[in-house]
Design a protein around this ligand. Structure first.
Ligand SMILES: CC(C)(COP(=O)(O)OP(=O)(O)OC[C@H]1O[C@@H](n2cnc3c(N)ncnc32)[C@H](O)[C@@H]1OP(=O)(O)O)[C@@H](O)C(=O)NCCC(=O)NCCS
Length: 153
């Protein structure tokens, strides 16, 4: 069974990202995400004693939040771990009164099966594509997706 822990674990973030070279192949970016994991609100999916998935949330403005990172170790893909992580993130944001969650991911202009799978997941979970930018803080096109959250406050 997968449980969620809310604590920082930069080492787990680094380990999981290093296991996903098809999505996270840039060393500099892995190191940046690990540093982000030490300061941003962090969600860990735990299976037994092992951290098998991670999510980081960046609160840039009141009322909205960015899903800064979400990733699951490859041997645990297809088991709903990512949906459990996202549900925990969304729960906390709703309780907090946050009404918009957004995510930036690689856009469809770049033909890549791995990015397409990520976008498919987001859209299945209710994110709506908003805009594609030619580039963001990475080289490839960036798609911004948004999801409205009903506040429970
Ligand atoms: C994207 C990622 C987090 C998805 O995790 P996963 O464990 O492979 O996801 P699952 O297979 O459990 O799929 C979760 C849900 O999305 C759906 N889904 C997955 N890929 C899909 C696709 N291409 N199209 C439509 N739905 C899709 C699944 O059907 C599932 O829905 P269900 O639970 O209702 O059946 C995982 O592949 C990953 O860690 N990728 C690397 C990091 C990444 O891409 N992060 C996000 C972008 S930066």
């Amino acid at each position: 069974m997968t449980t969620i822990a809310r604590r920082h674990d930069p080492e787990a973030v680094e380990r999981i990202l290093r296991g996903l070279p098809d999505w996270f192949g840039i060393e500099e970016s892995i190191v940046e995400y690990a540093a982000d994991a030490a300061r941003l609100p962090s969600y860990l999916a735990i299976d037994g004693d092992e951290v098998v998935g991670i999510a980081l949330v960046h609160r840039r403005h009141p009322g909205s939040a960015e899903l800064h990172l979400i990733a699951v170790a490859p041997e645990h893909h297809g088991r709903g771990v990512v949906s459990t992580l996202l549900a925990a993130v969304e729960h906390d944001l709703r309780v907090d009164g946050t009404t918009l969650l957004h995510v930036w991911t690689v856009g469809p202009s770049l033909e890549d099966a791995f990015s397409a799978r990520s976008r498919g997941f987001y859209e299945k979970r209710g994110f709506v594509p908003l805009q594609e930018l030619a580039r963001a803080d990475w080289e490839d096109p960036a798609l911004i997706l948004v999801k409205a959250l009903a506040s429970t406050r």
